[in-house]
Design a protein around this ligand. Sequence first.
Ligand SMILES: C[S@@+](CC[C@H](N)C(=O)[O-])C[C@H]1O[C@@H](n2cnc3c(N)ncnc32)[C@H](O)[C@@H]1O
Length: 257
Amino acid sequence: VVGLGPGAADWRTPEAAAALRSASDLVGYRLYLDLLGPPLAGQARHAYDLGEEAARVRAALDLAAEGRAVALVCSGDPGIYAMAALVFELLDREARADWKRVAITVVPGISALQAAAARIGAPLGHDFCAVSLSDLLTPWPVIERRLEAAADGDFVVALYNPVSKRRSRQLAAAAGILRARRPGDTPVVLARNLGRPGEEIAVIALDELTPDKVDMLTIVLVGSTATRRLARGDGGRWVYTPRGYAAKAGKSSEDAA
Ligand SMILES: C[S@@+](CC[C@H](N)C(=O)[O-])C[C@H]1O[C@@H](n2cnc3c(N)ncnc32)[C@H](O)[C@@H]1O
């Protein structure tokens, strides 16, 4: 189960690149297989559309059970809102004798939140959490409770799946929950198509966060009350969340990394 990273090949680990090279079969969402370019000679490509996640995983397991070397590809990290959990869920739920023989490796990748953070500075420099706003698989009241807890905990919050073609209400509601507990000028990073053609990064204020500013290829990072902007004379525009060194100046630190 291979994490491709957000897009660009130079954001892909050598382990992921090797797994892709040695695979006889590439299985994945069409957009991600397209991002990889043409398959190597002799490699079979099995492209699926959005919403066919279980079919994708079953096909990958069936091919692997036949003895093929399968790369089930995911964008970012395969364990973060991606296919790895579904692989284990299906293995757990369905006692298929042929699937039991399949050897599994999960190959990590750079997740969208890490890529977005790196592009804009260090917004995840202190405690953060991730919440997916997709209520296809998770009931909205559960998502709402987690957003409220994240807001109460003053976490930097990464919002995955902020909107889809049919769904924009959730982002407006999430912005409202966060606005109730942190200042309106809290920095919000909108990162779209990271590592892919058409990459866009913008920093807005929490007060300006509305669904029309994002799409399903965007990740949203909402700062905590400590997150701040840094404008430099060279035109650099950065966002960071301090770890608290200023308050600790002069004292020794046991956990500085
Ligand atoms: C189903 S999740 C997949 C997450 C992925 N496994 C990861 O670790 O990044 C899809 C969501 O991830 C975010 N995302 C994934 N790739 C992205 C990229 N290249 N640029 C910006 N956001 C991205 C978007 O919020 C998108 O709606």
